[in-house]
Design a protein around this ligand. Structure first.
Ligand code: KFV
Ligand code: CO
Length: 160
């Protein structure tokens, strides 16, 4: 088996032991966020086309969205459909600019405060200083797309 003992690899392996690496804190792709104009239409499309199953729906005023979570397979990873609540919503701006489509990639983390410290240490910009409330009582923040390879990256610590 290939093994490397470079300092970078060594640092990554220490991710759970107090250094500032994201390694070990990200455990899964939690969901992929998709911007849509009409939530009910989009849910029907994803259910009938891909066989996904709606498992949750809520309005998040803070984020300016009405959203639905659809289980993919057993539901370890989900597709999140996001419709704007108002023309000022970030999703409305995205739809105006790019039309419906993939909006963000959400990584599940075990400890959002530790993950935020690691992001700060890496020099990437966090959009919020403190975690905000996400789907179903989760805690979320975002990394600016310009610092994350052109993708808006969400970090999510599930409730409980
Ligand atoms: N993906 C990739 N690039 C993006 C992007 C995106 N989603 N949104 C904006 N950009 C690019 C944009 O094309 C532009 O590039 C640059 O980033 C600055 O955009 O080369 P360019 O043209 O300069 P802005 O600042 O003009 O765009 P704006 O829409 O005003 O703000 C972007 C951003 C990322 C700061 C804003 O969307 C934001 O604050 N997002 C975080 C909140 C969010 O997206 N909420 C909706 C999801 S809520 C959710 O997922 C929940 C509740 N949950 O639990 O999972
Ligand atoms: Co999301």
């Amino acid at each position: 088996m290939y093994r490397t003992l470079t300092p970078v690899a060594g640092q990554a392996r220490l991710g759970n032991h107090g250094d500032m690496s994201l390694a070990g804190l990200i455990t899964a792709v939690d969901h992929v966020g998709v911007a849509v104009r009409d939530l009910d239409e989009a849910v029907a499309f994803y259910e009938s086309t891909f066989g996904l199953r709606k498992v949750h729906e809520e309005v998040n005023e803070d984020q300016g969205v009405r959203e639905a979570m659809l289980a993919v397979g057993a539901g370890e990873t989900q597709t999140q459909l996001l419709a704007p609540l108002s023309p000022e919503s970030t999703i409305a701006r995205f739809l105006d600019r790019a039309g419906p489509g993939m909006h963000h990639l959400a990584y599940r983390v075990t400890d959002i405060q530790a993950a935020m410290a690691a992001v700060r240490d890496s020099g990437m910009r966090l959009l919020y200083d403190e975690p905000r409330r996400g789907t179903a009582g989760s805690l979320i923040t975002f990394i600016h797309p310009k610092d994350a390879g052109g993708i808006l990256v969400e970090l999510v610590q599930p409730a409980g």
